[in-house]
Design a protein around this ligand. Structure first.
Ligand code: ATP
Length: 538
């Protein structure tokens, strides 16, 4: 992971936000190559899910035809949206504060283990946030606490397995023995408390409580709030999906693992509206279709998995949820991180925005009421049901929600693409080569154009070719240093093809195209380059 992070910084994929001022935790900037890569991820998603969808044909695995469209909603919306959706009351994580270090942690992110030292005979639960080398981080914390040196490691007696803080607090009555990360004395952690993850902001100049608004923590609610507008302004018929790509904000307590858990990130969400009788089939369709998309874009292999949630893990409104997960290199072996959740949300969302905030009572969703019988959070009162004029039926559509993170997908594609092999250098000597084996659709630069040398008419032809290709592709011109080094520079950023103008080009108009992965070179006429690249980029 360190190598990937270093490459991202060195070659301009990702920078820490506000780095010149020491950075801001949980915020990341995409550099010149990163912006291209992330845009390609979002474009591939939008193109495959929305633009290229053919509503006249039943796709494999789907129960029927359907339509797709898009929206671009505002980040700040009416605060009532978040009250009815449940985010205002429910969208929280539990967190603990350390009274000694004044640091705040997400409750379930602290890992630790019981340890005893012979002298003094004290038993303590040492903790860390480190997930990659948890045991060695715990050893370091324990040595420090007991005032021992590295060579005294055998004086530590470990008890039981590594556990998360909620697990230990559930069974251990003695929380005074828990040593917080970086603390000197045990027992400094507060009881876990709720923490609302929505960023607050103030509208207008007065700044009263009534003017409080929130930065959206997900893009989905803007889609529900516009469901009626979309139905009334288009001829879309259920089943149809509305897609949206945009920024979301969550005041994560412990942002970490590079861009994986950020406070500002981008989501790619679809809300798919269907008849309740078909929603189970549509759920299965979207779950499998989204999983297949990651494989198609390059995440094949044992590092990707589809995990169906068990009954206890489901949200109170969900009739089925699956996560698409990736084994990021910063996670401990065998652990996966969520890339996308696909949820069967029933009629929860549309009903919430009609009636008001709902709660589960037995198996029913009912309006949550205050002691005086008034709704806790009143809905819009607008009719968000759907009338099917063919079957003459009125119903509240069910929703299937494939909700993906653009930053997590981009990070997974980067991690999967990072490869090291051996390839001959310009003198024919085998050398270690770092390259990004990105899908050509995702690669920030599609082709680089090189004159072999800066003379004999080669730069003039290469400049012309570059100008022609630039009309259609993201291309890069490089005439600096030996051609082998130029290849390496492109391999390292995942450029799938390098086009070299050499002596023969001057004679017969052909150039070489070198493939990043196979290193094979083929001669192609310069007039056929656009067609050739279009075909190869897929
Ligand atoms: P987690 O359990 O990891 O916090 P979540 O289940 O809360 O994630 P969702 O609310 O389902 O996430 O959001 C949908 C997608 O948005 C996630 O699968 C992920 O790709 C992305 N996402 C959510 N939170 C973050 C974040 N803090 N940073 C980056 N991406 C995020």
């Amino acid at each position: 992971m360190e190598n990937i992070v270093a490459l991202c910084k060195r070659r301009g994929f990702l920078f820490q936000s506000s780095e010149i001022y020491g950075g801001l935790n949980g915020f990341w900037d995409y550099g010149p190559l990163g912006v291209l890569l992330k845009r390609n991820v979002k474009d591939a998603w939008w193109n495959d899910m929305v633009m290229s969808h053919n509503e006249l044909v039943i796709p494999g695995g789907a129960p029927g035809t359907y339509e797709m469209t898009g929206l671009d909603c505002t980040i700040i919306m009416h605060p009532q949206i978040w009250k009815c959706s449940g985010h205002y009351d429910l969208f929280h994580d539990f967190m603990v504060d350390c009274r000694e270090t004044k640091k705040r942690y997400r409750y379930d992110h602290i890992l630790g283990r019981w340890v005893l030292a012979a002298s003094p005979a004290t038993r303590v639960f040492v903790t860390t946030l480190e997930t990659e080398n948890t045991q060695s981080a715990l050893e370091e914390a324990a040595l420090k606490f007991f005032g021992l040196r590295k060579k005294d490691l055998d004086k530590l007696q470990w008890e039981g397995e590594i556990m998360s803080l909620p697990d230990v607090m559930r069974v251990a009555s003695d929380t005074a023995k828990i040593l917080a990360p970086d603390a000197k004395t045990p027992g400094t952690l507060t009881e876990p408390r709720e923490f609302n993850l929505m960023f607050k902001t103030t509208l207008g100049a007065l700044g009263t409580e009534e003017d409080t608004a929130f930065l959206r923590p997900e893009t989905a609610q803007g889609i529900f709030a516009n469901f009626k507008n979309v139905c009334d302004s288009t001829r879309l018929r259920v089943p149809f999906g509305i897609a949206q790509v945009g920024k979301s904000f969550r005041n994560e307590i412990t942002p970490r693992n590079f861009t994986f858990r950020s406070r500002e990130f981008e989501q790619m969400e679809i809300e798919f509206f269907c008849h309740p009788s078909q929603s189970a089939q549509w759920y299965a369709y979207w779950r499998d279709r989204r999983f297949a998309w990651y494989i198609k874009m390059g995440l094949a292999g044992e590092r990707l998995q589809l995990r169906e949630h068990g009954a206890t893990e489901l949200s109170h409104y969900s009739c089925g949820t699956a996560d698409i997960e990736y084994q990021f290199p910063f996670l401990p072996p065998g652990e996966f991180g969520e890339l996308e959740g696909i949820a069967h949300r029933g009629d929860f969302d549309l009903r919430s925005h009609m009636e008001g905030k709902l709660v589960k009572q037995g198996n029913e969703l009912v309006l949550e009421k205050l002691p005086n019988g008034q709704p806790k959070h009143r809905g819009s009162g607008k009719d968000l049901t759907y009338y099917d004029d063919l079957t003459k039926e009125r119903f509240t559509p069910h929703v299937i929600e494939p909700s993906a993170g653009a930053d997590r997908a981009t990070l997974a594609f980067l991690c999967e693409a990072y490869q090291v092999d051996t390839a001959p250098d310009e003198k024919g000597q085998p050398q270690e080569r770092v390259y990004l084996k990105l899908h050509p659709r995702l690669a920030p630069i599609k082709a680089a154009v090189f004159p072999l040398v800066k003379k004999d008419g080669m730069p003039e032809i290469a400049t012309e070719i570059y100008g022609e290709l630039k009309q259609q592709f993201s291309v890069f011109y490089d005439d600096k240093s030996a051609v082998g080094r130029r290849y390496r520079r492109q391999d390292e950023i995942g450029t799938p093809f390098c086009i070299t103008v050499d002596g023969q080009t001057v004679q017969d108009g052909t150039v070489t195209i070198r493939d990043r992965d196979t290193l094979e070179q083929e001669r192609v006429h310069r007039n056929d380059l656009v067609q050739e690249l279009t075909q190869r980029l897929g």
